[in-house]
Design a protein around this ligand. Structure first.
Ligand SMILES: Cc1cc2nc3c(=O)[nH]c(=O)nc-3n(C[C@H](O)[C@H](O)[C@H](O)COP(=O)(O)O)c2cc1C
Length: 210
């Protein structure tokens, strides 16, 4: 084969590889590569999703981020139920009016407190804060990967907790704190500006101006 033909073949192959890479890049929402502060400041609740599947590795990153959260006396009194079965997602959406978006999500993660792992006495209630810290880590890890997610509240609403318990077959010592539907965002989401200097007090409580 002539050198010129080989050069044309190599160039053609390079163009094909470049085109495929560009198409794939378009399909994959941009991964947030900004600083941790930027990820925190640009997160928002995402309630509608595309049908693009979420890779198992991405889900594992969500769970690793959740489990990296702080917890009182490092008890880690949490458990995570990953739901990617369509029928179960539909059941959750039907039973929980506040979690309707689960029906179109690629998966949902149910963040639960494990009552066998809590501290003793009144400190047992720290499980709520521990699992909330894990939840926020999970939401931020979703956003950092270009995914969208929303915290839908379950505990302390007994009816919602019973519904989740019955759909997922949770034992009595597992309390669902929330259901987090996850998927790639169907549209752009603008974070809300919540900066309110009046919420800040320095060295004690300053009374609000009349
Ligand atoms: C404890 C808690 C419960 C929530 N429950 C729901 C819910 O049931 N359904 C829902 O769509 N969003 C729920 N959210 C999301 C809030 O509506 C959302 O965080 C808030 O409006 C601020 O918007 P942002 O997350 O986009 O900043 C909940 C958030 C928290 C922290």
């Amino acid at each position: 084969m002539k050198t010129s033909k080989i050069t044309i073949l190599i160039l053609a192959a390079a163009v094909i590889v470049l085109a495929v890479a560009l198409i794939l890049q378009r399909r994959t929402p941009a991964i947030q590569t900004g600083s941790p502060i930027e990820v925190i400041m640009t997160r928002s609740s995402v309630r509608s999703y595309t049908d693009k599947p979420v890779a198992k590795e991405s889900v594992e990153t969500l769970l690793r981020a959740a489990m990296a959260a702080p917890s009182a006396v490092n008890k880690q009194p949490w458990a995570f139920v990953v739901v990617d079965d369509r029928a179960l997602l539909s059941s959750l959406a039907e039973a929980l009016p506040n979690t309707k978006m689960a029906a179109e999500a690629q998966l949902a993660i149910v963040v639960c407190g494990d009552m066998r792992k809590t501290l003793e006495g009144e400190a047992a209630l720290f499980w709520v804060q521990d699992c909330s810290a894990a939840t926020e880590n999970l939401l931020l890890a979703a956003h950092a990967q270009g995914l969208g997610a929303v915290w839908t509240g379950i505990y302390p609403n007994a009816a919602r907790a019973d519904a989740v318990r019955s759909i997922l077959g949770l034992p009595s010592y597992i309390v669902p704190l929330n259901v987090i539907p996850v998927g790639y965002p169907a549209s752009e989401n603008t974070p809300k500006d919540k900066w309110k200097p009046e919420n800040i007090h320095t060295n004690g409580w300053q009374a609000e101006a009349e």
